[in-house]
Each structure stands twice: as C-alpha cells, then as structure tokens.
Design a protein. Structure first.
Length: 60
C-alpha cells in the first residue's frame, strides 16, 4: 500500500512524505514523521502566540 502524510493548513494541504509500496507493519517507518509533525505543530503554535503577544504589546 502507498502511505502519504499530509499537513492540513487553512489554505492548502501540504504533502510531508510519501512511502510507496509499504508492506506489513509500516508504523516504524511512518512514526518518526508523525513525531516531527507534532513538533512542527507545537513550534507553529508557540510562534503564533509570540506574534499575538508582540502585536498586543506594540498596540499598548
């Protein structure tokens, strides 16, 4: 089976990785990418919060 990991953004879906012709238990192959996506999501959340705080402080 072909497995593809996507990151769903508001404006578009971004392909993170594709693993063609995976057979059997493919979780060891895909798992590191999922951890990277979780880390990316966390980093983006922190960056958004920092931008909101910076904008709030600039308006004050």
């Amino acid at each position: 089976m072909d497995v593809t990991a996507y990151l769903g953004l508001t404006s578009a879906n971004v392909t993170l990785a594709t693993w063609p012709n995976l057979r059997g238990d493919w979780t060891p192959v895909v798992h590191p990418t999922l951890l990277e996506v979780i880390g990316l999501h966390t980093a983006l959340s922190v960056a958004i919060d920092a931008l909101h705080l910076a904008n709030h402080l600039a308006d004050a």
